[in-house]
Design a protein around this ligand. Structure first.
Ligand code: ADP
Length: 774
């Protein structure tokens, strides 16, 4: 049973819940309606009975009138009375007919036992001259008998008749009074009219009068205050007063006096009796009116009850249906909300209006939703790295809440570790001596290190995406793009060299190496690469190439020249041998001298190349000794002076010994002097100054007034293969290694070599050496 009830749908449960009370209401309503119907039926019966009573009363009334006229005619045999009698008879017949028409079992064959069956014969007898006594006797007997039928209803405690109870009783009493008064007045009339049997009549009427009086007493006792007042009014102010007064007086004196003659009495007592009857009929009408009113009220009440029942039923049904609908709707709403929550939605709205189990279910769902939302927001915030989001588990048994807290702690730790390793990477990247960059999976740059920014002199934001391309040399772009695109497409590493703009707007050669990078899950995330500034290396390589070209040229020229002169000499020799031709000693001298010069030049070139090779292999050996620097300089200048038109002026401002390789120092001086001559063709004075800038060192400066050297080249000229580029410089032969060797030699002697120069004004090369202690 329990299970069966549980399995029922909510609608069925609610229907069951309301069906029993509804059935009870219907049952009670039908009971009430039935009772109302019974009451109406009862009232209908009473009203019918009262109407019947009224009709009997009407018949009695008619018979009393007919009795009056028949009595008068029987007594007087006058036309007037006969006419009145004739007029009354159809009225009486009509009243009888009315009663006959009632299909009431209590009145069945009433004419048989109320003597009315004889009415026709009596009328005939009266018409035929029968005595007034017979007439009064017949009518009175019939009236008495009819009166016995006029037992309206058993009133008693009948609540339906309570409103008319008094009037019903008292009208009956009045009817009795009218009957008895009618008997008294007829007999009084008879005596006054015949003047006979006065005392006998009074004796026979004394009992009737007593009954009349007793009925009056009963009336006074039972009448309602209103009826009582009305009766008293009749009694004191109408014909009833003289009628009663006369009857009382006659019975007091027990004899008739001469106050009224027969006709006066007949008239006044007739009016008095009519007053009573009319009052009785009034009461009867009042009863009827009241009962009809009561009946109508009951009908109305019954209809109203029916309407109320139907309304109540409709209302109960509507309320029940509406309640079922609302409950179903509320539960459906909650179910939808719960399903949404189950599907992971947050921000689900529930309308919690009722303060009952559904309302509290809604509140619970709202709470679940709010908690869910809190959890989701916290998880979202934690997921975004906001570990300071305020979040507490809802209870110690909150598995999800505690899991989120745990997840938060773990994530915080992991994030910190990641941040740490990121920071380490950043530090490594920023402090690396190379430029580092990264792209995303769409080739867009998303990272450059400090080295990169330092090199380009730009802001990080400028380099992101494709911004960095602005720095690339336009001539290198398409080549590099092609290599990168291909490597990117195949997800492989690549190497590239290209020119890139430095912060000083100089394009520098960079060597780039790039490789694809992948996440821990193996997902391609873009490229990472490094760039190294190889500009110097590149320039150096170029210089080396230039040097090789130049060296081959420089070596070939003297060899070609020697070959030419040797051939001239050979021709001269052959001509002499074969033809004994004379040869020109000048020509031989010139040729041999040129050959010698070229050999010297070749020798110098080869020595320089040898020295370069020695320096490179660290095998440049120095033969250290103490020697006079002044002597070395004087000897060297003398040698050089023979070969040049330049005037070499020596300024000896110091005289010191130097501990070193005399030949190599001499080589240095020779190189400086050769350059001074070579690069100052138009001017012909060269100054050599020996001086001591400090006690422990000696400096030798070679000053020329030649083409000079620009500031930017002044440091570089000591590098190997470096030759100042320019139109004028191209015209001077050279390898660009002389100053490099000189600088190496001086530095090997713990000395220094510098240049001071101004373009087109001249140069001062100065080398400084430590002074020898002995
Ligand atoms: P090179 O054989 O080319 O002269 P060096 O090493 O002796 O080689 O000199 C390097 C460069 O320095 C030269 O090519 C030249 O441009 C410059 N140079 C050297 N000496 C002078 C000077 N006295 N005046 C002007 N330029 C000079």
């Amino acid at each position: 049973m329990n299970n069966f009830f549980r399995r029922l749908s909510l609608t069925s449960k609610l229907l069951l819940l309301t069906l029993f009370p509804l059935a009870l209401i219907i049952y009670l309503a039908l009971e009430v309606y039935n009772e109302k119907s019974n009451k109406v039926q009862l009232l209908e019966g009473y009203i019918d009975r009262i109407t019947e009573s009224a009709e009997i009363s009407d018949l009695i009334n008619a018979l009393q009138i007919e009795r009056r006229h028949s009595f008068a005619y029987g007594l007087k045999k006058d036309i007037d009375s006969h006419a009145r009698m004739e007029v009354q008879r159809p009225a009486t017949d009509l009243a009888i007919q009315k009663l006959e028409q009632r299909k009431d079992s209590t009145l069945k064959d009433f004419k048989d036992y109320t003597f009315l069956k004889n009415l026709g014969n009596i009328r005939k007898a009266i018409d035929g001259g029968a005595s007034h006594d017979m007439a009064i006797q017949y009518y009175t007997t019939t009236i008495f008998r009819l009166n016995t039928l006029n037992i309206i209803v058993p009133v008693g405690n009948n609540r339906y008749l309570k409103p008319v109870f008094n009037d019903l009783i008292t009208q009956k009493v009045l009817s009795e009074m009218a009957t008895y008064l009618g008997i008294i007045r007829a007999n009084f009339y008879n005596v006054l009219y015949t003047k006979q049997n006065m005392t006998g009549t009074l004796y026979s009427l004394a009992g009737v009068n007593e009954i009349y009086k007793s009925y009056e007493t009963e009336f006074l006792a039972k009448a309602s205050p209103a009826s009582l007042a009305e009766y008293k009014n009749l009694r004191n102010n109408t014909a009833l007063k003289p009628t009663n007064d006369y009857i009382n007086k006659v019975f007091q004196k027990f004899s008739f006096d001469s106050l009224y003659d027969a006709e006066d009495w007949w008239k006044i007592s007739g009016e008095g009796t009519d007053q009573l009857k009319s009052f009785q009929q009034d009461l009867m009408r009042r009863v009827q009116t009241t009962m009809n009113k009561e009946y109508k009220n009951e009908i109305l009440s019954k209809d109203l009850t029916l309407v109320l029942i139907i309304t109540a039923l409709v209302l109960v049904f509507v309320i029940m249906t509406y309640t079922t609908h609302i409950i179903t709707q509320m539960l459906r709403g909650l179910n939808e909300a719960a399903q949404k929550i189950a599907a992971g939605f947050t921000g689900v709205q529930t309308e919690n209006v009722s303060h009952d189990v559904i309302g509290s279910l809604g509140e619970s769902i709202s709470k679940i939703n709010a908690n869910n939302k809190k959890l989701a927001e916290a998880a979202d915030a934690i997921g975004k790295g906001n570990f300071n989001v305020p979040f507490e588990p809802r209870s110690k048994d909150d598995v999800l809440g505690n899991a989120i807290i745990k997840m938060k702690d773990n994530l915080r730790r992991f994030t910190m570790e990641i941040e740490k390793s990121k920071e380490q990477f950043r530090q490594v990247a920023d402090n690396a001596p190379v430029m580092i960059w990264m792209t995303d999976e769409n080739k867009l740059c998303n990272f450059v290190n400090k080295g990169w920014l330092k090199f380009t002199g730009r802001k990080k934001e400028q380099e992101m995406g494709y911004g960095w391309i602005e720095g690339m040399h336009p001539d290198d772009y398409s080549r590099c793009a092609e290599v990168f695109e291909e490597a990117f497409f195949e997800r492989r590493g690549y190497s590239l060299e290209y020119r890139f703009r430095r912060e000083d707007d100089e394009y520098r050669w960079l060597s780039e190496t790039g490789a694809p990078r992948y996440s821990a899950e193996g997902k391609f995330e873009g490229y990472i690469g490094t760039c190294v500034d190889i500009h110097e290396m590149k320039v150096h390589e170029k210089r080396k190439d230039d040097f090789i070209k130049m060296a081959s040229h420089e070596l070939k020229t003297p060899v070609t020249s020697i070959k030419g002169y040797v051939q001239i000499l050979l021709t001269m020799f052959n001509d002499y041998n074969k033809n004994k031709e004379e040869f020109s000693p000048v020509a031989i001298q010139t040729s041999l001298s040129t050959i010698d010069k070229q050999i010297v030049k070749l020798n110098r070139l080869m020595s320089e190349l040898l020295d370069l090779s020695r320096i490179d292999s660290g095998k440049l050996e120095l033969k250290m000794q103490s020697f006079s620097l002044n002597n070395l300089i004087t000897e060297t200048i003398e040698d050089v002076q023979h070969t040049t038109k330049h005037e070499i002026i020596i300024k000896n401002n110091a005289d010191c010994n130097v501990f070193g390789d005399k030949d190599r120092i001499g080589q240095v001086l020779l190189n400086l002097l050769t350059n001074a001559i070579k690069y100052s063709l138009k001017t012909n004075s060269i100054e050599v100054n020996i001086y001591q800038p400090a006690k422990n060192c000696v400096s030798v400066s070679v000053t020329d007034h030649g083409i000079g050297i620009e500031k930017k080249d002044q440091e570089k000229i000591f590098e190997r293969f470096y030759r100042v580029e320019g139109k004028s410089e191209q015209t001077y032969p050279g390898f660009g290694i002389g100053l490099f060797i000189a600088s190496e030699i001086i530095h090997r002697h713990d000395g220094s070599i510098i240049v001071q120069s101004e373009k087109n004004k001249g140069s001062v090369f100065t080398f400084t050496l430590p002074v020898s202690s002995n």
